[in-house]
Design a binder for this molecule. Sequence first.
Ligand code: C2E
Ligand code: CA
Ligand code: CA
Ligand code: CA
Length: 275
Amino acid sequence: AKASGRGVSRFFEPGIESKLYARLELERDLRAALAAEQFELAYQPVFDLVADRVCGFEALIRWPHPERGLVSPAEFIPLAEETELIGEIGAFVLNRACADAARLPGDVRIAVNLSPVQLRTDDIVDAVASALQRSGLDPRRLELEITESALLEDNERIATLLERLRGLGTRLVLDDFGTGYSSLSYLRRFPFDKIKIDQSFVREMTTRSNCVAIVGAVVGLADELGMTATAEGVETADQLDLVRQVGCLEAQGYLLGRPKPILAAFELLRGAGSA
Ligand code: C2E
Ligand code: CA
Ligand code: CA
Ligand code: CA
């Protein structure tokens, strides 16, 4: 099959060539976008439910494509992960987010998503250290969000890597908590400071009482372990009520604020009157 080139395609469903072509085209565009600095960051506010103010922002990458319009990260991050582009994209996100955060007033935190692929080599430690150094951002204000899928393999190495990242003074966040294979053992093995409760649990709190119990239990667990829990994907007032009722201290979601450009994020802080 290796040498057969064109001939191979007739064994596959029709359309596979055009899918392959579309992929190659997206990959080419991704490279061009990096070179042309087309990527932007949107900032979604995170609320402290006790103080009733914005306590942080999650940086979310945006790709305004000249022809396709806004391409979702769900579409291009996986492709960037398959190619070697995620390293460069990740470095862009770290640098931009730290630089923006350093200009935000007060003790507001900034959360950056790390791809599991970025954790495959120790280069990530240098990338984070360099972003902190260049921006002058207090490392305690930087949160690194890591999904459970990053923790599946090579536990010893990952544990050491996470300790080094934490050693820089940053806070480690376990993202999409509850969606992995062994969420609890990740908490036991790795040094997390914070848990983000996956939006699938939060969304079903209003319709399934077992989801209220689960979110409540995770909040209690986080508390016992000296960590914070954030409820993700809060979309309705009823969901927010339940999140508060189970004692969750932080929340994020469309109800509280959508991801927005840095200037609008600034406005939000000014509007809330926080330092
Ligand atoms: P995530 O880290 O779990 O981020 C939360 C996603 O949920 C974001 O989607 C956010 O816009 C969306 N969201 C926030 N509140 C609500 C809500 O109330 N309802 C609903 N339905 N959605 C809500 P987004 O920006 O499209 O990002 C999707 C995923 O792409 C992220 O999931 C993250 O895994 C990845 N991603 C985004 N930016 C980056 C990045 O800079 N680097 C890496 N490696 N991954 C990124
Ligand atoms: Ca995240
Ligand atoms: Ca998440
Ligand atoms: Ca997610």
